[in-house]
Design a protein around this ligand. Structure first.
Ligand code: ARG
Length: 469
């Protein structure tokens, strides 16, 4: 419970709905049922929604021009009070909606009591969360874009840097470090697409669904939607107040982004270890150990990897919150906010720290190169070479297997074997074999769309830059 949320000493039942109650709410139940501790961050969206609603109410004749103006002025003052941290939040008023409405009525009197005409907190909160999330998605997309640009810059700088590509975490074939960075670029492109897609469905307005069945007033939903920038209107009032699919979709998209960042984190953690030492992370993104003076711990990627679990947990929470709810609104839905807000904050922070950290990654080119030399990573190239000389691929595979085994026994990489040694396994091998056994030769030979040659990596970066803008 936050400090600036003050416990009201109100002993009566809540003013907004207390008409049929003869006993006040239990003191702890007030706290237990309140959402103001966390939903107050919706305040700017609640006010935006209320201003649009009041504007529409006036246009259809349900408010006078003067009442509408008073409401808007009052709401603007409330927003200023909230922004200046001067607003007195009351737990007895349960949530952000009733806190604002109560303050409005205090400020402007009777006109304030008319604002809730033709709406319910059920459609109000459903609208607020969509407005909030739509804004957040835009911020998140901007952060993804920033991270993608950082990846492109690093990839460009390291397009010709060779490191072993792994399968099963065993050195497999030489690849370009730039190509490896571009793999994350691709993942983030899909992540951005998913968010854009989710945003479309989020951009539908529940307001006008009222409590669950719509309202008896002659409201103009199209107009309110237009004022709030919604593309569409929710077409069924029961669904309008109870649908949280958009939040679940967002949490799914967020979980996938975190999964990608977590895989990247895992690699950065491995690569920055003394055993790999493929990269160096700057001191400003690492911490030391209080007991082991030699340590430089990759806290940032470790935290991102850890926070992935938290975001997955939020997705599971939301799916579970929704799974047994009969139509339409139930108080269970109040539990939608914390997982959602926490995911937004976590995701934004992780993307931000990654976008800041990626430009600081220093590729340790020599270590990567030497590591690649150790793992017989050009064995496939030798097999391909033999196929070009007329062998069937399976036979070539066998020949190369024997050469590798010979190399292991004599502690030599394939490129270190002499021509005579190589010819022990197949006499079709000639001097030109050394062109393809070199790491550079192997890398440059994979020169088609989507492959790892520096030439292709540079082309991919160029195309990606065009796509981003
Ligand atoms: N604080 C509530 C929520 O977060 C607002 C809607 C309450 N509606 C109601 N009928 N109790 O969902």
């Amino acid at each position: 419970m936050t400090n600036n949320t003050q416990n009201s000493n109100q002993t009566q039942a809540n003013q907004s709905w207390g008409g049929r109650f003869s006993e006040p709410t239990d003191e702890f139940v007030k706290i237990f049922g309140a959402s103001v501790f966390f939903d107050k961050i919706l305040a700017p969206y609640d006010i935006q929604g209320s201003i649009a609603h009041a504007t529409m109410l006036q246009e259809v004749g349900l408010l006078t021009e003067d009442e509408k103006n008073q409401i808007i002025k009052g709401l603007e003052q409330i927003l200023a009070e909230i922004n200046a941290d001067e607003f007195e939040w009351s737990v007895a008023l349960e949530d952000v909606h009733m806190n604002i409405e109560s303050r409005l009525t205090k400020l402007i009197g009777n006109a304030g009591k008319k604002l809730h005409t033709g709406r319910s907190r059920n459609d109000q909160v459903a609208t607020d969360i969509r407005l909030y999330l739509r804004d957040q998605v835009d911020d998140i997309l901007a952060e993804i874009n920033r991270l993608q640009i950082a990846l492109l810059d690093l990839a460009e700088q390291e397009a010709s840097t060779i490191l072993p590509g792994f399968t099963h975490l065993q050195a497999a074939q030489p690849i370009s470090f730039g190509h490896h960075m571009m793999a994350y670029f691709e993942m983030l492109s899909r992540d951005a697409e998913r968010l854009v897609d989710t945003r479309k469905r989020m951009n539908s307005m529940p307001l006008g669904s009222a409590a669950l069945a719509g309202t008896t007033y002659p409201i103009n939903r199209e107009r309110t939607a237009q004022l709030l920038g919604f593309e569409r209107i929710c077409l069924n009032s029961l669904d309008g107040v109870s649908d949280r699919d958009f939040a679940i979709e967002f949490l799914s998209a967020a979980s996938i982004i975190m999964m990608h960042l977590s895989r990247f984190s895992e690699e950065l953690i491995l690569w920055s270890s003394a055993q790999f030492h493929f990269i160096e992370l700057p001191d400003s993104f690492c911490t030391g150990s209080s007991i082991m003076p030699q340590k430089k711990n990759p806290d940032v990627p470790e935290l991102v990897r850890g926070k992935t679990g938290r975001v997955y947990g939020n997705l599971t929470s939301m799916l579970t919150i929704m799974k047994s709810q009969p139509l339409a609104y139930n108080k269970d839905n109040q539990e939608d906010k914390e997982p959602l807000f926490d995911t937004v904050d976590t995701l934004k922070a992780c993307l931000r720290v990654f976008a800041d950290m990626v430009p600081t990654i220093e590729a340790q080119r020599d270590t990567m190169y030497n590591s690649c030399k150790k793992g017989y990573t050009t064995a496939t190239d030798l097999a391909d070479y033999l196929v070009n000389k007329g062998l069937a691929f399976r036979d070539a595979h066998e020949v190369v297997g024997k050469s590798v085994s010979y190399g292991i026994e004599h502690q030599k990489d394939l490129a270190e074997l002499s021509l005579e040694e190589l010819q022990l396994f197949d006499d079709r091998i000639e001097n030109d074999v050394f062109d393809i056994l070199s790491l550079e030769g192997s890398l440059c030979a994979r020169d088609h769309l989507g492959a790892t040659s520096p030439n292709q990596v540079k082309k991919a970066i160029k195309a990606a830059r065009k796509k981003l803008i």
